[in-house]
Every structure is written in structure tokens, then in C-alpha cells.
Design a binder for this molecule. Structure first.
Ligand SMILES: Cc1ncc(COP(=O)(O)O)c(C=O)c1O
Length: 419
């Protein structure tokens, strides 16, 4: 843990909370203790960031390769995001979806250009984008009485009632029963299990190309090609949750392009709809759903909507990020940095409690003998921020513009801190 010259954040003059705390609690932590619903076990108090680095309230500097859970596509405080936010705030922040706005149209055009023929609608988060996929499937199957969606065990699709019902992890659902009906869960990467689960009520299959929260499990090429064939044969929508594994994180716009790279038949693969969020807004909350032709007109005016989705501010930020990604060739960068990271970590497998390395580019999982929370705590203490996942996996989710030096530094920290 290095300490730079930054002074710690000045504490506000807010009165001390009434609840007595252990002396080590800071004023910010005490505010959370008293006023914030404890939805998470929190660690650091970050006060600022720059690029791949972040600083805490004690002035300690960290290499942040957790990226705010795959959100900070350009790292912290990128000038393109900062300047666009400021400029657009001076022009038009919000209008609402009763009107046209130039930035939404241009961003949809860029997403269609990157993905394939179809159309896009915008929302505000990954859960909402997945909710959009689920509603698309329900609407698509409505007239024929089909509504069941097959999803996979160990998946994660969000925290709304429909998306947690779609999620294949019991811990996410516990306490929220009765769940939204119409979801069937089968093992991931198991085509026969999907085939066996299809009934006359089935309308769609929903998967992540790489299960992120579940522990960085990558879909196999055979699974994807087989799934596409099977869904076509049964007139089922293939719904793709790219909230974590999309947005160039694998070195390609979408993870299926990476997984199927060089695989015969892979170039023709496309899902029917894709949920996006996280890195798309680089920290500005936004989501999007791309819908392939001919399903783009399943939703009609009034059948779905959101107040904030696709605001001028959100879309102008997303456009600015895309410009930087393309201009600076960040897809290629993250692919190369991911390889560097994987090779470095691979060399440590069998030592330091490291068992296996999975994933691609900016979505790499390190499987450990110890619980991921304790590994992450140890690494944080040593100055490296990572993100825990299920199945004893610790995730590296660096910004797309992470440098070779920063990856080298991360590897040195892992090597020494876990020794
Ligand atoms: C694959 C996947 N889908 C959906 C979500 C939910 O996104 P959000 O937290 O923006 O609602 C996440 C969040 O981690 C995710 O990883």
C-alpha cells in the first residue's frame, strides 16, 4: 500500500451519529451505519480516482483493476467523460422519451453498426436491460401462449423480481419468494439439458456468454453454435446478457465474437437480443437492449418504456466513450493486456493458493483455495483492488485502457501479497 501526497478527505461538520461505534469507525462509515441500508459488506472509502488508480480517505493509493465491477471502461476521471458531461449539461441533460433527441439516435446507430441489423432501446441499468429481454420474450410468445424462459444455473441477471427469478443462484432469490413464474434453470454449457427442458410453453433461452458473478465461466463454441441451431429449430428467442462480458471486455464488441473467433460457422452467429449496461456508460448509469431483425418491432409504442433511458446526457457520454475506444484501439489493448495478465497469473497457478485462471481480456477470474473475500481483502491491503465472485473466484475487471506497466504491477502485488 503506497501513500502519496494527497491529504485525506476533510470530514464534514455533520454532528456525530447517536449510535455508539467502535473507535476505529470513520465519520463516513458512521454515516453509513446510521443512515444507509446495509445492502453490502463495504470495505474502502474511496475519495477520488485517476485512470487505473484510486485513493482512499487516508490518502492511500490503490491500483483499481476491479473497475467498479466492469463499469469504468476508461478508468477514473477520464477527460473525455468529464468534458462531455460538462458540455452536455450546458446544452440539454434530459428531455424524455416523448421527444426525439439526436444523441439517442446516433448512439443507437453506432450500436447497430457494431452488432448487426436491428434496433435499440435504452434504459438505466443491467437489470432493466435484462428485464427488457424478458418482456420482449413474453410479448413475442404472447399470442401463442408461450412464456417460459430457460436460463442457466450459476447465472446472474439482476435484482429486480423478474431478473432475480431468471438468475440461477439461490442466494439471490432467498427471501423474495414467491418468484416470478416462467423460468426454468439448467446447467451451463449443457446443450442436452436445454433441449430436454424445452416444452410447448418455452419461448426463449437467456444466457451470459461468460458468467461473471458466477465465477468467470466461459460458454464453449459448440454450446453457442448448438444453442443457436436449437433455438431456431424451436422458434425460440436467444437472449444474450452482455451486461458484464460485453463492451469489448473480451477484446471484441461482444463475447460471442471472441469465443467463436476462427470457429467454422461462428461468423454467422448472432443472438436475437442483447442486454448491455455497465461499461457502456463508463460510470454514468445507463443500459441498452439491441433487438435483431425481425424482432425489432415486437414492442410497439406504449408497450414498454422508461423516463430516463437514452437521455441526451447518457447517450452523449456513451458516444464519447465509443469514440475513445475506437480512436485508441482499446479493444486490441484489452485483448493484449488480458493475455499478459493471464500468462502472468498462469505462472503462479499451483502456488499462493491459486488454482486456475479463466476468462479473456478484461474479464479474468483467478480461482483460489481461500474464500475470495479474504483474498480480495489481502490484496486490497497490498494496494490492489479486485472483485470477488462466486465459486472461489476473484475477478480482474480492469479499464479497457489499462497499461502493460499496470498489469505488471498487479502481477507483482499478487505474487508478493499472496506468498
Ligand atoms: C451479467 C449481469 N447481468 C445483469 C447485471 C445487473 O446489472 P445492474 O447491477 O446494472 O442492474 C449484472 C451486474 O453485475 C451482471 O453482471
Amino acid at each position: 500500500m503506497s501513500v502519496d501526497t494527497l491529504s485525506p478527505v476533510k470530514s464534514s461538520p455533520t454532528p456525530k451519529p447517536a449510535v455508539a461505534e467502535a473507535p476505529a469507525r470513520t465519520e463516513v462509515q458512521a454515516l453509513f451505519d446510521q443512515y444507509v441500508v446495509p445492502l453490502a459488506n463495504r470495505g474502502l472509502t474511496l475519495v477520488r480516482g485517476k485512470g487505473s488508480y484510486a485513493w482512499d480517505d487516508q490518502g492511500r493509493k490503490y491500483l483499481d483493476l476491479g473497475g467498479g465491477v466492469a463499469v469504468n471502461s476508461l478508468g477514473h476521471a477520464h477527460p473525455a467523460i468529464r468534458d462531455t458531461l460538462a458540455r452536455q449539461a450546458d446544452v440539454l441533460i434530459h428531455s424524455c422519451n416523448l421527444y426525439y433527441n439526436e444523441w439517442q439516435g446516433r448512439l443507437a446507430q453506432r450500436i447497430v453498426g457494431l452488432t448487426g441489423p436491428g434496433k435499440v432501446f435504452f434504459c438505466n441499468s443491467g437489470a432493466e436491460a435484462n428485464e427488457g429481454l424478458i418482456k420482449l420474450a413474453r410479448k413475442f410468445g404472447h399470442e401463442t401462449g408461450r412464456y417460459e424462459i430457460i436460463t442457466t444455473l450459476n447465472s446472474f441477471h439482476g435484482r429486480t423480481m423478474a431478473t432475480l427469478s431468471a438468475t440461477g443462484q439461490d442466494k439471490i432469490k432467498h427471501g423474495f419468494e414467491p418468484l416470478v413464474p416462467g423460468f426454468v434453470h439448467v446447467p451451463f454449457n449443457d446443450l442436452a439439458a436445454i433441449e430436454a427442458a424445452i416444452t410447448p410453453k418455452t419461448v426463449a433461452v437467456q444466457i451470459e456468454g461468460i458468467q461473471g458473478e458466477g465465477g468467470v465461466f466461459v460458454a464453449s463454441p459448440e454450446y453457442l453454435l448448438g444453442l443457436r441451431e436449437l433455438t431456431r429449430k424451436h422458434n425460440l428467442l436467444l437472449l444474450w446478457d452482455a451486461v458484464q462480458c460485453g463492451y469489448f471486455r473480451t477484446g471484441r464488441w461482444q463475447s460471442y465474437q471472441r469465443i467463436l473467433d476462427g470457429v467454422p460457422g461462428g461468423e454467422d452467429f448472432a443472438p436475437d437480443a442483447i442486454a448491455m449496461a455497465k461499461s457502456l456508460g463508463g460510470g454514468f448509469p445507463m443500459g441498452a437492449v439491441w433487438i435483431r431483425e425481425p424482432y425489432q418491432n415486437v414492442f410497439t409504442p406504449g408497450s414498454h418504456g422508461t423516463t430516463y433511458g437514452g437521455s441526451p446526457l447518457a447517450c452523449s457520454v456513451a458516444l464519447a466513450i465509443l469514440d475513445v475506444v475506437e480512436r485508441e484501439k482499446l479493444a486490441q489493448n484489452i485483448e493484449a493486456r488480458g493475455e499478459q495478465l493471464k500468462q502472468g497469473l498462469q505462472a503462479l497457478v499451483g502456488t499462493r493458493g491459486i488454482k486456475e485462471i479463466r476468462g479473456y481480456g478484461g474479464l479474468v477470474g483467478m480461482v483460489t483455495e481461500d474464500e475470495p473475500a479474504s483474498v480480495v481483502a489481502k490484496l486490497t491491503q497490498a494496494g490492489l483492488i479486485l472483485i470477488p465472485a462466486a465459486n472461489k473466484t476473484v475477478r480482474f475487471l480492469p479499464p479497457l485502457n489499462v497499461t502493460a506497466e499496470e498489469i505488471g504491477e498487479a502481477l507483482r502485488i499478487v505474487e508478493s501479497a499472496l506468498a
